[in-house]
Ligand binder design. Structure first.
Ligand SMILES: Nc1ncnc2c1ncn2[C@@H]1O[C@H](COP(=O)(O)OP(=O)(O)OP(=O)(O)O)[C@@H](O)[C@H]1O
Ligand SMILES: [Mg+2]
Length: 297
């Protein structure tokens, strides 16, 4: 079922919890409503153009993974079926269908739990200079986009403004205590291993990803979005070639197009041509299809 483009929600009678670059989150007391819009950001700037179907794809991918990892860890996920939403959301059903989920509100742990299986981005930059990634010593001779001998846990702090800052395990311990720090690392690597192995079999390399966890009733559960193209680097396996940077699964057309302009990557960003938008929609739909073996309904 094709969906209308949605760039922003403004549910005046609900309490806004947070408006991110892509998602609008509402506070329902002990629950949250997470709405994935069709906004897209590139080089950390939100573009004026939206990508039809993107919000539905991101939501459906997260829902798929919450189910996939449920034997490993509990999650905040309650339902993505609007018929099961609280009555106060009834009037927004049409907007919310397919692109939103109802979750348990937790006390988020202040750590971005990044796991890297391949050498890319800032990791590659640091490796070239110091043969380490986030101070984790690595063997010599690794190539750009090369697979690491083992997935590594490279946490960062959540910065409210600006970029997240990489921190070491000792710092995570100082934030959440030794036991939870260890649990964050173990759970993150474990989830990454299982999910990336599965995705590889479907033709997608998950080069790295970021998880968030929260506490609820004394238990640590996984929150936020999981293993989506927005929280991870997805690379098409068929185009994988270490020794260079890899095309990204979803945003490559957008990045390539923006690089042809002499835009300085500061807001405001330019509009995208219709052809770039529709090719990008196709890429998002393709990532869902590849991962799940199903068409997005
Ligand atoms: N179950 C939950 N309980 C409490 N907080 C949650 C839960 N799930 C997600 N969150 C929080 O909701 C917020 C969602 O924000 P969102 O990711 O959309 O924007 P952002 O992180 O501020 O920016 P960006 O768009 O760059 O990711 C995050 O701060 C996340 O930690
Ligand atoms: Mg976020």
């Amino acid at each position: 079922m094709k969906d209308n483009l949605l760039l922003r929600t403004d549910f005046q009678d609900l309490k806004l919890f947070r408006r991110g670059k892509v998602r609008d989150v509402y506070d329902l007391g002990d629950k949250l409503l997470i709405v994935s819009t069709d906004r897209i950001s590139c080089f950390d700037v939100i573009l004026p153009s939206g990508i039809p179907e993107k919000g539905r794809v991101l939501t459906s991918i997260s829902v798929f993974w919450f189910d996939f990892i449920k034997k490993l860890i509990g999650s905040h996920f309650i339902t993505a079926n609007v018929e099961e939403y609280p009555p106060e959301l009834n009037k927004y059903k049409k907007i919310l269908r397919g692109r939103s989920m109802l979750v348990l509100k937790t006390d988020p742990l202040p750590v971005e739990c990044v796991v890297r299986g391949y050498l890319s981005g800032s990791g590659w930059k640091e490796y070239r200079q110091k043969q380490s990634v986030c101070s984790i010593r690595l063997p010599e001779g690794l190539r750009e986009s090369g697979k690491l001998p083992e997935p590594i846990f490279t946490p960062s702090t959540k910065a409210d403004v600006g970029h997240d800052e990489n921190v070491d395990q000792a710092y995570v311990e100082s934030l959440v205590g030794g036991k939870l720090a260890e649990e964050l690392k173990r759970a993150s690597i474990d989830i990454y291993r299982r999910a990336s192995e599965y995705a590889l079999g479907k033709g997608i390399i998950i080069a790295d990803t970021k998880f968030e966890f929260g506490m609820l009733g004394g238990k640590m559960i996984i929150i936020d979005e999981v293993l989506t193209p927005d929280s991870s680097r997805f690379w098409p396996l068929e185009k994988y070639e270490p020794g260079r940077s890899q095309p990204s699964f979803d945003k490559q057309f957008v990045r390539d197009y923006l690089e042809t302009l002499d835009w300085d990557k500061a807001p405001p960003a330019p509009e995208l041509p219709a052809e770039i938008v529709s090719k990008t929609t196709d890429k998002y739909l393709d990532s869902y299809r590849k991962l799940t073996g199903k068409e997005l309904e």
